[in-house]
Design a binder for this molecule. Sequence first.
Ligand code: AMP
Ligand code: MG
Length: 267
Amino acid sequence: MRTDDYRVRPGHPVDLAQWATDDDGGLTKDEAKGRFRELNDRLEVLQEKLYADGGHKLLVVLQATDTGGKDGTIRRVTDGLNPQGVKVASFKRPTEEELAHDYLWRVHAHTPGNGEIVIFNRSHYEDVLVVRVHELVPEERWARRYDHIRSFEQLLVDEGTTVVKLFLHLSKREQAERLQARLDDPDKHWKFSVGDLAEREHWDDYQEAFRVMLERTSTDATPWYVIPADRKWFRDLLVAQILVDQLDALDLAYPPNPDDLSGIVIT
Ligand code: AMP
Ligand code: MG
């Protein structure tokens, strides 16, 4: 699978209608699940190497529409990884203290340290998404944020972080089905939010906000990938493949032991 096909080219206009939501990569569900398991095993090894190597850090930014599958993606992709080396940071409505600071303040503290993978479940991009759609700050303020964000992420890269950004791209029809499924099943009621229905009314505004986000903040060093998300099994496979590719590219190595181990006999 060529993950590069799903990468947003810097400087190219983005038209989200041209990006599939229901891609299957030419695979059946069973084939995809088999490949996913292989990739998951590789991720386990690569994560251990990242941890042992201690010289790199990986930040994965996840954004999506409501019901887009952020939680499910995180659950599936981190399955089997060593919890000591992976953290998930979820960004909710800002607290009063967070709102009293600049919008990157709460984010920076959660970026990965050496050997760590951090997954952002929502992120600083909310400050050009929900904030833009609902005009939570005036346009002259949010409009400047694309540049701030590019600079902030470049800082992370310059200081040794690999940044990979995943936009889970869902169709409006699939969102309706997922909302309906949550409504129909009492065990899923906890996931149903009346607020999601209100947000659905703003579907087109969100699509436009996502479009501009992809266009203005996908760079060579900090690319966005558009993940077709209507099929959960394809979504999981593609995300796993992207993470494996990113970690492979780091040329990770187990560090040599500082001591001479050759003559040691365990008694
Ligand atoms: P959930 O992830 O479903 O638990 O919902 C978190 C909510 O917090 C979503 O409605 C987000 O839009 C909202 N949220 C996250 N970050 C911000 C932000 N910076 N400003 C306003 N709302 C936010
Ligand atoms: Mg929600």
